[in-house]
Design a protein around this ligand. Structure first.
Ligand code: COS
Length: 387
C-alpha cells in the first residue's frame, strides 16, 4: 500500500508516460508487432512490472484498489503495452505471491518485479479451455522430480517468458480439479519448448504461442506451495484477481475510446456543422459514458472489498463480464462515429475495435463469468431454503 501522495505521483507519472510515449507509438507497435526496447525500459523504470509484487521483494506492493487505479491509466494506451507487464502483475506472478513457498517467493518475485524476468500462466490446452478442471498435461512423480508431458495453448507472453506457472495433473486417477497441481517451470528446462507466435486479430505487439512439455523434468521444489492437488484452486484464486485487473483494463480503454470518439466528432464537419452537434451521435457518447462509469464503479467497489479481505469471486466475474461487454459496445460505437474513417487503418478506431475483442474471451469468457455468478446465486438460494 502507498501513501496517497506517492500514489498520486505514480498515477500522474503513468498518465504522462501513456500520453507522451505509449499512445504516439501505437501505430509503430502495431506495424512491427513488437514493443520498442526503449519503451520497455521506460515501463520497467516506472515500476509497472512490479505493481502488485510485495515491497519486500522489490515491487510497489499496491493493494487492489491502487492497482486498478494504475490500470485505469495504463490501459488508455493500446492493450499490447499492458499485456507485456500484466502477466508479471497478474496471472504470471500471483500464483507465487498467493500460494508460493518462502523459497519460491525469494527466488522469483524480485526478478519479476523488476521486469528482468517475464512470468507466464499456462492453464489452457488444445482441448481444455473453459473447462479448466479437466487439464490433461501430466506431471508424473519420479523420486524428487516431476516429469511433465502435454501442450499448453494461447499462452500470453510465452515467447518472452522466463518462468511459467503450469497447471498439470499429478493424480491421473482423479479426473477433476482435485487432481491438478501448479508448477514453476523455468525456460531452458530440457523438454520445454515454445511454438511459433500465433497471428492474431488484434493486440499486435503482444504475443501468444503454445508451450510444449516433452518429458520435461522439474524438481519437486518447483511445486507451488509444496502441496499436490491445489493447482486448480491456485489458478482460480489467481483468476479472481486477474479478472478484476482485466475489468480495470477495459475501463481505461473505454475511457480513452470515449475521448477519441468525442474529439473526432468535434473536429469533423458534416452538413456544415461538427458531428458532435448531432443528437444521434450524442446518444452514443452518453451511452458510452454511462457504460464506462458503471464499469468503473463496479471495479472500484470490488477492488475495495478485496482489499478489505472479502471473497470477491462473484464481484470479479460481474465486473469482468460487464466491463468487457461495455468496452465492446463502446469500441463499436467509436467505429460508427468515425463512419468510413472507422474502417481505415490510419485511424485508431479500427485497431482499438479489434484489440478490444479479446477482453470478452480471455481470463474466462463472458459465458464462464455468467456460470460463476449464477452458480453462486443458486448456492445462496439453496442455503436460504435449507436444501
Ligand atoms: N477460489 C478458490 N477456490 C475455488 C474457486 C475460487 N475462485 N473456484 C473454485 N474453487 C474450488 C472449489 O471450491 C472446488 O473445491 P473443492 O474440490 O474443495 O470443493 C474446486 O475449486 C473445484 O471447483 P468447481 O467444482 O467450481 O470447478 P468446475 O470444474 O465446475 O469449474 C469454472 C469452474 C468453470 C468456473 C472454472 O473451470 C473456470 O473458471 N473456467 C474458466 C477458466 C478460464 O478462465 N480460462 C481462461 C484461460 S486462463 S488466462
Amino acid at each position: 500500500m502507498q501513501d496517497p501522495e506517492t500514489l498520486a505521483q505514480l498515477l500522474a507519472a503513468i498518465r504522462r508516460f501513456v500520453d507522451e510515449r505509449m499512445i504516439p507509438a501505437e501505430a509503430e507497435v502495431a506495424e512491427i508487432d513488437a514493443i520498442p526496447v526503449a519503451l520497455l525500459d521506460g515501463m520497467r523504470e516506472l515500476g509497472l512490472f512490479g505493481l502488485s509484487v510485495p515491497e519486500a521483494y522489490g515491487g510497489l506492493g499496491l493493494g487492489m484498489e491502487e492497482e486498478v487505479l494504475a490500470v485505469f491509466e495504463i490501459a488508455r494506451a493500446a492493450p499490447a503495452f499492458r499485456s507485456i507487464f500484466a502477466t508479471n502483475v497478474g496471472i504470471g506472478a500471483q500464483g507465487i505471491v498467493i500460494d508460493g513457498t518462502p523459497e519460491q517467493k525469494e527466488r522469483y518475485l524480485g526478478r519479476l518485479a523488476s521486469g528482468e524476468l517475464i512470468g507466464s500462466f499456462a492453464l489452457t490446452e488444445p482441448d481444455v479451455g473453459s473447462d479448466a478442471g479437466s487439464v490433461r498435461t501430466s506431471a508424473r512423480r519420479e523420486g524428487d522430480v516431476y516429469v511433465l508431458n502435454g501442450t499448453k495453448r494461447f499462452i500470453t507472453n510465452a515467447p518472452e517468458a522466463g518462468i511459467f506457472t503450469v497447471m498439470a495433473r499429478t493424480d491421473p486417477g482423479q479426473k477433476g480439479a482435485r487432481g491438478v497441481s501448479a508448477f514453476l517451470v523455468e525456460r531452458g528446462t530440457p523438454g520445454l519448448s515454445t511454438g511459433k507466435p500465433e497471428k492474431k486479430m488484434g493486440q499486435q505487439g503482444a504475443h501468444v504461442c503454445d508451450v510444449i512439455f516433452e518429458d520435461c523434468r522439474v524438481s519437486a521444489s518447483q511445486l507451488i506451495g509444496g502441496v499436490e492437488g491445489q493447482g486448480f484452486k491456485t489458478a482460480m484464486k489467481v483468476l479472481d484477481k486477474g479478472r478484476l485487473h482485466i475489468a480495470a483494463a477495459c475501463v481505461g480503454l473505454s475511457e480513452r475510446i470515449i475521448d477519441d470518439m468525442v474529439d473526432y466528432a468535434l473536429g469533423r464537419q458534416q452538413f456544415g456543422r461538427p458531428l458532435a452537434d448531432f443528437q444521434l451521435l450524442q446518444a452514443m457518447f452518453a451511452d458510452s459514458k454511462a457504460d464506462a462509469y458503471a464499469a468503473r464503479a463496479m471495479v472500484l467497489d470490488a477492488a475495495r472489498k478485496r482489499d478489505a479481505g472479502v471473497d470477491v469471486g462473484v464481484e470479479a466475474s460481474c465486473a469482468k463480464m460487464f466491463a468487457s461487454e461495455a468496452l465492446g459496445r463502446i469500441a463499436d460505437r467509436n467505429v460508427q462515429v468515425h463512419g468510413g474513417n472507422g474502417y481505415i487503418r490510419e485511424y485508431r478506431a479500427e485497431q482499438l475495435y479489434r484489440d478490444a475483442r479479446l477482453f470478452r474471451i480471455y481470463e474466462g469468457t463472458t459465458q464462464i463469468q455468467q456460470l460463476i455468478i449464477a452458480k453462486a446465486l443458486i448456492a445462496q438460494a439453496k442455503e436460504r431454503a435449507g436444501v
